[in-house]
Design a protein around this ligand. Structure first.
Ligand code: SF4
Length: 513
């Protein structure tokens, strides 16, 4: 039996691994599964041409794999067309957060690590398997299968994506990989689907080793985004993969999520990360205002954290492996955060973090009826939040481009349910501000500061994916930081990437295997 998975990623993102893990797993169970990457960049006509070239009498289902929870009018139109053209096809959506987007076409939603859940669903639908367990959520009573509750694919010690010829992997692209599942922490605002993991959920070192060697031998790939929720959650874990990396016949490069408080408090982290060339760091700082960070579970003293980040940066920059890039992630709108404290943060970034990067986004509070919401979503009043009333909202000009992100249902499904039917995120307010005022400030003030100062990447070198692009730009353009030995500087400028995408889509549509 045959199925297709569309991987919903965009222009400036590298291909994510979830769709390929699902495909690899199902192939082991006699399914012929093909993945179409960068589905957010395909036109309706391209999607239709691809579907016509692939769908046959054996095609039973079509999957849509989400990085977070994104959808678009094009994808909705495509699904409507699929349902009209092949009424028996089952449409399944999957992702690691709950489905917050609005649609009338998806039959089942899987949230969490989905290998076992999708297999059980397919057995039920097409092989007389037992009925699957699901919950009904949202106004449209979406059938959501919370995989981590009912079909938990963790711990899973073999999590290797096996790529095919028809994936058209490019030598200089960044693939994603996983070394563990879930997160050992449990931050109050966090809505990833498996937090508070207590035992060893890491992947076998051998399995990781095979993947690295195979992708290098077959495609020449050396660069990876590690898609763990927190890569340095345990020091023994970092050592485990550093041991593998040191034995590889090539010099790889890794980027991913690093808990900055651990990096600051545990000097062994930096040595091990350096040993495996894990030098692209995305730091979930969330706030430099201590009461704000503390209330959501990131309570390291802010001054110590700031100094620790400066020290870590100097440590990595002073070694002979000079490809370090640190990106700080911040949330605007946490409890006790004021615009004054946010301005203080901007001033610190200007003084101490130029040449590197940071991001700031408005706090997300999900609606509780969806699966696995954060602690803050479940009990937002405890944290001092209320839902904005229609009168509160009416004060804003919702056509303001700065508000596009928060009120545009295509983007994240923000907004009151009545606006886009089935949104999973609420517009919040607290004693200090609200989600709309905060978003206007973030989009106009904070991002303007970032745009007009020397934070990497410089606009003209913006490449893909955004985070990794910064690292690549550093490698390619910063003459004073030459590439490490045996490593060619990647040339992934935005234009090159767009060209690569065009090539990919053409190859994909014309491929006849
Ligand atoms: S915010 Fe990061 S560290 Fe905290 S629970 Fe979520 S994934 Fe883990």
């Amino acid at each position: 039996m045959h199925g297709l998975i569309f991987n919903i990623i965009s222009h400036n993102e590298s291909r994510t691994v979830g769709a390929h893990l699902i495909a690899s797993y199902l192939r082991e169970h006699n399914w012929d599964i093909e993945v179409a990457d960068w589905a957010h960049t395909w036109t309706l006509e391209e999607l239709q041409a691809f579907a016509r070239s692939r769908i046959n009498k054996n095609t039973k289902w079509i999957g849509f794999s989400h990085l977070f929870s994104r959808w678009s009018i094009t994808l909705e139109e495509f699904c409507v067309w699929l349902k009209i053209t092949w009424p028996d096809l089952v449409l399944v959506s999957g992702g690691n957060v709950s489905p917050r987007f609005d649609t009338n076409t998806i039959d089942y939603y899987i949230s969490g690590y989905g290998e076992y859940a999708i297999l059980e669903l397919l057995k039920y639908l097409f092989s007389n398997g037992t009925p699957v367990k699901f919950t009904l959520a949202g106004r449209k009573l979406k059938k959501i299968i919370p995989a981590n509750d009912f079909y938990r694919a963790a711990p899973k010690h073999q999590i290797r994506a096996v790529y095919e010829e028809r994936d058209f992997i490019f030598q200089d692209e960044w693939l994603a990989t996983q070394t563990s599942r879930g997160c050992v922490f449990s931050c109050d605002f966090c809505n990833v689907t498996m937090v508070g993991v207590k035992s060893d959920f890491t992947r076998d070192a051998k399995d990781f080793d095979i993947e690295m060697r195979e992708n290098y031998d077959r495609f020449g790939v050396k660069n990876y985004i590690v898609a763990d929720e927190t890569f340095n959650d345990r020091l023994d874990k970092v050592i485990k993969y550093a041991d593998v990396v040191e034995q590889l016949p090539f010099v790889p490069y890794y980027a991913g999520y690093i808990r900055p408080d651990l990096l600051v408090n545990r000097p062994g982290d930096r040595e091990q990360l350096l040993r495996m060339n894990f030098l692209g760091h995305f730091y979930g700082v969330e706030s430099f205002n201590r009461p704000s960070a503390k209330v959501v579970g990131k309570g390291l003293d802010s001054e110590k954290l700031k100094q620790g980040l400066i020290d870590a940066r100097q440590y990595f920059e002073s070694t002979n492996r000079k490809l370090y890039h640190g990106k700080i992630s911040l949330i605007a709108g946490l409890p006790y955060e004021t615009f004054e404290s946010l301005e203080n943060t901007l001033n610190w970034l200007l003084e101490h973090w130029t040449g590197h990067n940071w991001t700031m986004e408005t706090l997300v509070i999900e609606r509780g009826e969806f699966t696995q919401p954060s602690k803050m979503s479940l009990d937002f009043r405890k944290y001092g939040y209320e839902e904005m009333s229609p009168d509160d909202i009416a004060k804003y000009n919702l056509t303001d481009p700065a508000l596009r992100k928060i009120v545009n249902p295509d983007y994240m499904g923000f907004g009151p349910v009545s606006w886009n039917n089935d949104a999973g995120v609420m517009l919040w307010k607290n004693d200090i501000t609200d989600a709309l005022e905060t978003t206007v400030w973030v989009e106009s003030r904070a991002k303007e500061i970032r745009r007009t100062n020397h934070f990497s990447p410089a606009p003209h070198t913006l490449s893909r994916p955004r985070f990794v692009g910064a690292v690549e730009d550093r490698i390619a353009y910063c003459k004073e930081w030459p590439p490490i030995e045996n490593r060619d500087p990647p040339q992934n400028t935005k234009n090159n990437f767009n060209k690569m995408l065009d090539t990919y889509k053409t190859q994909k549509i014309n491929y006849r295997g």
